[in-house]
Every structure is written in structure tokens, then in C-alpha cells.
Design a protein around this ligand. Structure first.
Ligand SMILES: [Zn+2]
Length: 462
């Protein structure tokens, strides 16, 4: 009778309110039963049991900000390599950004093209963000109905010409189109403010690049987002917040009930401007990594819940566009590749700052899953949820080496860094897919994930 059940047992299972021994039974890829404060698996045969012993078992991580770039820029990154890197890092769901693939995900048809490219190549589950660009507002509701997690737009040049930015009127048009759905609009929140550097600023220096993207650019954009969000009452979300000076207005908006959520990235919480050498273009991203004092403020915002999620913004490119050590900051592609190391990056800093394993689940699992409307099946150890787990050792350290990187282009600012928290097993839909540094011999098991249907439920004029 119990033959089709698997039992995962660990002395340290991370629940929202405690970490304790537990047995988690899995049936048909979903959590079937949970026994807390027990490690008794005597009812099961040996081959039904996955014994994690002292290793920590936690919900699989959801990284809601990953640029896969396939099709069109598959030389930068593709589904196979991006999702293998994710799996190796304990991530069981990624949500793919609508750019820098070609076509970008700005129409239902383009999204179907992307799903065809991804099919059969995903080692973890994949959800999708659509894009809002000038003139595509008539596509949005159909994409919501088909199961898009939400949409992203840029208030400044996106870095690729096929994904143009939108002005306030275009944002408002998109928000009105989305009103009545439970969908969300994500903002790359930087605005142009004209030249902030001169020819005299040396372009090999990081401080020049930093000066070219001051906090003011983020502050102005976020002010705009808050006012549009408040006016339309449609969920809005700030991706990759770097500027701590924007935190007071975000806190004030959230306090008066504006439906605004915020993410920051591992690089803003782990790296500082002060440590970036000349021409170290592997550290370049937009908005930029700022000073240590700014980083402390971001951590405080993670602590007090102003920021609800921490993600990678994994955005690699081919080496010719970065040329670390040679290219100048102002010419190099802006984007940091790191999807594989998110858990360890976060935990290294967070544990030193007094955060708990519950905080890890809150910021790396629950936050991103809720933002992408995937919390009905992901990010929690609850009966009926997908049996996606990361099994890891929070006290073990390792040093990042190029040979262990699964993403396609290995340039990353983390090579040589010693991080705390090592992933031992990744479990997707109840199946161990990655174990002790190796992928299990199987086909990619990832599926596409969609928000629950209630996204359209209180929508008008259907
Ligand atoms: Zn991004």
C-alpha cells in the first residue's frame, strides 16, 4: 500500500516556525504527509527512504530573476546550462526574464517560441515573465490567461534594442490593462538623468562607472513607480534594488498600503564597490554594486521586510563582451552570472549578521514564489505542495572554482571566494536530480510552472 511513497528524513528540517527532525512522505511528486519531531521510518523499506541524517532539508529555492537568453542569444546562456547551474545550487524553480532572448517575451506568440526552445532542456521547473514594451498592451491579458507569471518593463535603455523602454503613459496603459487581474508589473527602476561623468573620469576605474549610475537614477524611477502603483492599485515590483536612499519612500509607500514589493540581489548584499579592482568588469551590473555603507542599509531592509526577496539576476554573456582585466567598465556588458551560488552567497553574509534558516526560506523561497504567484505549489513544506527540496550543510564551507560552475560562460566575480553552505542534494518533484556534485543519470525533469488560475478570477469584462 505504501510502496509508491518515498520518505525523506532529516534531523534538521526547516519549517517557518522551527527547525526540527521530521519525516516527509512524498507521493506522485508531491508532499503527501509530514511527521514533525520524528525520524521513524520503520514502516518503509530501505529503498523508499532518503536519509539526510544531519544535513538540513529545506524547500527548494525559487530564483525569480534569471536571464536564460535562449533562443537568440544561446551563446550567452541556455536552458540546459542555466537550469543545471540552478539545480547544482539547490534552486528548483527559476522564472525566466523576457529579455535578452530573441524574440523577447513580449507577445503570446514569442512566448510560445520560447517554450518550444525550452521544452525538454530544463533540469528544474521554469516559469516565465513577459515584457511590457511600447505598443504591446493588447497582448498582456492573453498572456496572463495562458499563465505568464507577470511582466517586466524598463524605464531606461534595457541594454538590448529589441526590448525598448516605456514612458509613464505607456506604463499606465499597461497597468490599466492588468487591473482586475492579480498579475504584477516588474520595474527595472533607473531613470536617465543626463551625463554624470566627464572625459576626465578614468574609464578603467570602478568609481567612474559608479558615478555614472548614481542613486538618484533609482530614486527618481522608484518615485514614479510608487505614484503609478498608488494610482492604479495594480501590484508593482522593484527588481534588483541597489540604492538604499530609496528605502524611506518605499517604506512609507508600503506603510500606506501601496501594493509594492521589492527584491535585491546577492551581489548587492555580498560585494562592495570598495573591493572592485580596475577593469574588473565581472563586477559590472546595472544598477551598480555600491559602497559598504549602502550594503548595510540593504541588509537592514531585508531584516525589517521592506525587501521581501533576494535573487540572482543571473545575466551572463560571452567573454568577448566582458574581457575582465582588459575592457573598460563603460564598454563592458552589464550583468553578473551567479545563479548557482545564491544560497551560499546569501547564507555566508546572512549567518554572520544573525539571520536564521527561517530567514533563508522567507527570502529565497517564499518571497520569490509569492511575487511570481507560484506559492500555491512551491516554496513550502506543506502537504499537497511540490516535493522540491534542497538538502545542504549550512556549516560547511567551499571555495568557488571555475571547474564547479555549470552555467555556460564561467565569468563571475565569485571565483576564489570562500562561501558557507554546501548543497548536497537537490530534489525536484520527489526525485533526487543532483547529488554530491553530480547530476543523476536521467533526462531533464523540469516542467513549466504557471500561477494558479485565480490570477484572472476577479478580472472584469471577460
Ligand atoms: Zn535582470
Amino acid at each position: 500500500m505504501m510502496a509508491d511513497i518515498q520518505a525523506f528524513v532529516s534531523n534538521a528540517v526547516v519549517f517557518p516556525d522551527e527547525t526540527c527532525p521530521a519525516v516527509i512522505q512524498v507521493k506522485d511528486g508531491k508532499i503527501y504527509h509530514i511527521s514533525r519531531h520524528s525520524t521513524n521510518v520503520s514502516a518503509f523499506s530501505k529503498d523508499q527512504v532518503v536519509d539526510c541524517e544531519a544535513l538540513t532539508l529545506m524547500p527548494g529555492i525559487v530564483d525569480s530573476h534569471v536571464h536564460v537568453n535562449e533562443p537568440g542569444r544561446t551563446a550567452w546562456e541556455g536552458y540546459n546550462s542555466a537550469t543545471q547551474a540552478a539545480a547544482a545550487g539547490g534552486i528548483t524553480t527559476i522564472v525566466d526574464m523576457p529579455l535578452n532572448s530573441i524574440p523577447p517575451t513580449t507577445t503570446l506568440q514569442a512566448w510560445e517560441t520560447k517554450m518550444r526552445a525550452a521544452k525538454g532542456h530544463c533540469w528544474v521547473d521554469v516559469g516565465f515573465w513577459g515584457g511590457v514594451v511600447p505598443g504591446n498592451s493588447s497582448e498582456l491579458r492573453n498572456m496572463v490567461k495562458r499563465g505568464i507569471c507577470g511582466f517586466k518593463c524598463f524605464l531606461i535603455h534595457s541594454g538590448v534594442d529589441e526590448f525598448p523602454s516605456v514612458n509613464s503613459a505607456q506604463v499606465e496603459e499597461a497597468l490599466l490593462e492588468l487591473s482586475g487581474t492579480q498579475s504584477v508589473l516588474l520595474f527595472h527602476a533607473e531613470c536617465d538623468i543626463g551625463d554624470t561623468i566627464t572625459d576626465a573620469d578614468p574609464s578603467e576605474k570602478y568609481c567612474t562607472f559608479l558615478k555614472s549610475r548614481p542613486q538618484k537614477m533609482e530614486e527618481l524611477a522608484i518615485e514614479k513607480v510608487i505614484s503609478l502603483c498608488e494610482k492604479t492599485k495594480v501590484r508593482c515590483h522593484i527588481v534588483h534594488l541597489s540604492a538604499s536612499k530609496a528605502l524611506p519612500m518605499i517604506r512609507a509607500a508600503q506603510a500606506r498600503g501601496v501594493p509594492l514589493s521589492v527584491e535585491t540581489c546577492h551581489h548587492y548584499l555580498s560585494l562592495t564597490a570598495e573591493e572592485i579592482p580596475d577593469n574588473a568588469t565581472q563586477f559590472k551590473c546595472c544598477p551598480p554594486i555600491r559602497e559598504a555603507c549602502n550594503q548595510n542599509q540593504l541588509w537592514e531592509a531585508v531584516r525589517d521586510g521592506t525587501i521581501q526577496q533576494v535573487v540572482s539576476d543571473h545575466s551572463p554573456c560571452t567573454p568577448d563582451l566582458k574581457q575582465p582585466g582588459e575592457m573598460h567598465f563603460m564598454e563592458a556588458w552589464g550583468g553578473i552570472a551567479s545563479v548557482q551560488f545564491g544560497l551560499s552567497l546569501f547564507w555566508t553574509e546572512a549567518s554572520a549578521r544573525g539571520f536564521t534558516l527561517q530567514d533563508v526560506v522567507k527570502n529565497l523561497c517564499v518571497g520569490p514564489a509569492s511575487q511570481a504567484s507560484l506559492h500555491h505549489c512551491k516554496a513550502a513544506l506543506k502537504v499537497g505542495h511540490d516535493a522540491d527540496f534542497v538538502i545542504w550543510n549550512p556549516t560547511e564551507s567551499f571555495t568557488v572554482d571555475t571547474s564547479m560552475i555549470y552555467h555556460k560562460n564561467k565569468i563571475t566575480p565569485y571565483v576564489g571566494k570562500t562561501l558557507k553552505g554546501k548543497v548536497y542534494k537537490t530534489v525536484l518533484h520527489g526525485k533526487v536530480i543532483f547529488e554530491d556534485g553530480m547530476f543523476c543519470k536521467c533526462e531533464p525533469q523540469g516542467t513549466f510552472v504557471f500561477p494558479s488560475v485565480e490570477l484572472m478570477s476577479n478580472s472584469k469584462q471577460e
